[in-house]
Design a protein around this ligand. Structure first.
Ligand SMILES: [Fe+2]
Length: 285
C-alpha cells in the first residue's frame, strides 16, 4: 500500500485518542509541539492538539485510528500529501511527546531567527534528554530542525547572526549545537553542495556533540583548565556520541563519522585517533 493511501487530512476537531498524527498543517515554528509526528494517547493529547491553533492535521491510518464513519477527511490519498512528506520511517513517534513551552512575551521582541533559535535549542534539549534516557535519537525530529534552519538561512537575511549568537552557560551544549548546525548549513550552501549534502552537514552540526551528555557537569562546565584526568574524560565524548547515534541504526554514517572525528586536527594532533590530513572527511574538518 502506498503511504499516500493511508494519509488523511482532517480538521483537528475530528481528532480522537488512538489516532496517529503524521503531520501538522502548520509551520514548525507556528505550533507548540516539538515534533510533528506522534500518537494521540489520550484526551489530554487531543485537547493539546485542538488548542494548539493548528486547524488541520494529517493522520496515518496505518499507525492509528481512522476518522469515524460519516466524518470523511477533507482529502484522502492521491495527489494531496502533506507539505513536508516523510523522508524516512518515523521513529519513537508512538511515545508520549513532551511539550516545550510556547514562545511567549519574553521572546516576542526578538528577531524571528532568534525565536527559531530558541525553539531549536529547546528541541535539541528534548532530543538529548531522550538520548540520555537511553532512547535512539529521532531522525525525524533532527531533520525537522535542520530543515527549519536551512529554510531560515536560505530565506531570511541576517538569520545566520540571530541563530548563532544565542548562548547561555546553562544550556551551552544545546545552543552550541544549534549554532554549529546553522554554520554547517551555511558553509555547505556556500560550497555549492547538493541539498542532501546540506542536510547531512546540518545533521552533523546538530548531533556532533551529543556524547557530551555523558561528561559529568563539573568537567563539562568547569571554568578553568581541565586536569589531564578530566581532559581524558572529556576526550571520550566522540566515542560516547557514536554509541548514542548508533542506536536505532537510522542516523547516516556520515553524521556518525563527523561525531567521531570532529576533534581530529589536520596536523594529526587531534583525538580520538590522531588522524592526519587526508584521512579526515570534509565535514569533520
Ligand atoms: Fe566536541
Amino acid at each position: 500500500m502506498d503511504s499516500a493511501d493511508v494519509l488523511k487530512r482532517i480538521p483537528v476537531d475530528q481528532a480522537i485518542p488512538g489516532m496517529f498524527v503524521h503531520a501538522l498543517d502548520a509551520s514548525w515554528m507556528a505550533h507548540p509541539f516539538w515534533r510533528s509526528r506522534f500518537a494521540l494517547q489520550g484526551e489530554g493529547d487531543v485537547l493539546a492538539l485542538r488548542s494548539s491553533g493548528v486547524a488541520h492535521c494529517w493522520i496515518d491510518t496505518s499507525r492509528g485510528a481512522d476518522v469515524a464513519a460519516g466524518s470523511a477527511s477533507l482529502r484522502e490519498g492521491g495527489a494531496d500529501t502533506p507539505a513536508d512528506p516523510p523522508a524516512a520511517p518515523a521513529t519513537e513517534s508512538s511515545s508520549r511527546q513532551p511539550r516545550i513551552p510556547a514562545l511567549g512575551d519574553s521572546v516576542a521582541p526578538l528577531h524571528r531567527a532568534e525565536r527559531l533559535a530558541v525553539k531549536a535549542r529547546e528541541v535539541v534539549r528534548a532530543l538529548f534528554c531522550q538520548a540520555r534516557a537511553g532512547q535512539a535519537i529521532s531522525l525525524d525530529d533532527s531533520l525537522a530542525i535542520v530543515d527549519e534552519l536551512t529554510a531560515a538561512v536560505a530565506t531570511q537575511p541576517g538569520a545566520l547572526i540571530g541563530l548563532v549568537r544565542l548562548k547561555s552557560k546553562d544550556n551551552y551544549t544545546f545552543a552550541h549545537s544549534v549554532a554549529v548546525c546553522t554554520l554547517m548549513i551555511a558553509l555547505a550552501r556556500q560550497l555549492g553542495l547538493a541539498p542532501y549534502q546540506v542536510r547531512d552537514a546540518g545533521m552533523c552540526g546538530l548531533l556532533h556533540d551529543v556524547g557530551k551528555l555523558r561528561v559529568p557537569g563539573h568537567i563539562l562546565h568547569k571554568p578553568g583548565k581541565l586536569t589531564p584526568e578530566e581532559f581524558g574524560v572529556m576526550r571520550m565524548h566522540p566515542q560516547h556520541g557514536v554509541e548514542i547515534l548508533s542506536r536505532g541504526g537510522q542516523v547516516p554514517d556520515s553524521v556518525i563519522d563527523v561525531c567521531l572525528h570532529h576533534h581530529e586536527k589536520m596536523d594529526g594532533s587531534g583525538y580520538p585517533h590522531g588522524l592526519p590530513q587526508g584521512q579526515i572527511s570534509l565535514l569533520a574538518i
